[in-house]
Design a protein around this ligand. Structure first.
Ligand code: ZN
Ligand code: FE
Length: 252
């Protein structure tokens, strides 16, 4: 399974998935037709379009790509009326094949009501859309803070060496937020050097790994005593700490 990163719009990532043996070609969250099509053109085909959620910056090229390549569009059943051109409705925990590859549907509401992640368990690769970012998490638009917190915890339970491919290049601003409230975290300081190196050479900071995120992403560290103290929430629950952090990040 080869994953090619396609930067789209100002800070979106679409991902092309190629599986050699069956020569299947899929794309995750195609934002822009022309940018994505340039990459697809190498293969002259597009079998599947996978959408993590219904937002325009993740489904923008659905219809044009489907028209050109006769692709099948897969998305959450809950978004059957909001994902343009959807053909295959996915349910929580469902296993779904695309060519020789198989992914599991992880239901992670919060950013939107029907947000899902695609987890390729054999390859240990997850596409997390706008729910888990490198060093951050998505804004809570349609769900509750509790839902978002639970969704992040589901992702947290995947194998630690899972590679995470997320929907946006927000890592720099997320890093600054993490440093503000988790300033003594040595892993975060190491990650900062790595991020700066990548960004300085115009490279994506993606993929990250789950184990790195668990050590550095403040939204996955809501039970850390030092962070709780910094926030003045020493005796609060994890979900209360999460809600506070999410609110602070909204106005950061
Ligand atoms: Zn979104
Ligand atoms: Fe987005």
């Amino acid at each position: 399974m080869k994953v090619e990163i396609i930067p789209c719009l100002s800070d979106n990532y679409s991902y092309l998935i190629h599986e050699k043996e069956s020569n299947s070609v899929s794309i995750v969250d195609p934002s822009e037709f022309s940018t994505c099509d340039k990459v697809i053109n190498k293969y002259k085909k597009l079998d599947f379009i996978l959408n993590t959620h219904h937002h325009a910056d993740h489904v923008g090229a659905n219809l044009e790509l489907k028209k050109k390549y006769n692709s099948k569009i897969l998305g959450s059943k809950l978004d059957k009326d909001r994902i343009p051109g959807i053909d295959i409705f996915l349910n929580e925990n469902q296993k779904q094949k695309i060519g020789n590859l198989e992914f599991e549907v992880i239901f992670i509401p919060g950013h939107t009501k029907g947000h899902i992640a695609f987890f390729f368990s054999k390859e240990k690769i997850a596409f997390t859309g706008d729910t888990l970012f490198s060093l951050g998490c998505g804004r809570v638009f349609e769900g509750t803070h509790k839902e978002m917190f639970n969704s992040l915890n589901k992702i947290k339970k995947l194998p630690p060496d899972t590679k995470i491919y997320c929907g946006h290049e927000y890592t720099k601003s997320n890093l600054n937020f993490c440093l503000e409230y988790d300033f003594n975290n040595t892993f975060l300081k190491e990650k900062k050097i790595d991020i700066q190196k990548k960004l300085n050479s115009n490279q994506p900071t993606i993929p990250t790994t789950l184990s790195q995120e668990i050590r550095t992403n403040i939204f996955l560290r809501c039970n850390d005593p030092e962070i709780k103290r910094t926030l003045g929430l020493k005796d609060s629950s994890e979900v209360e700490v999460f809600s506070k952090l999410r609110d602070l990040k909204d106005s950061f």
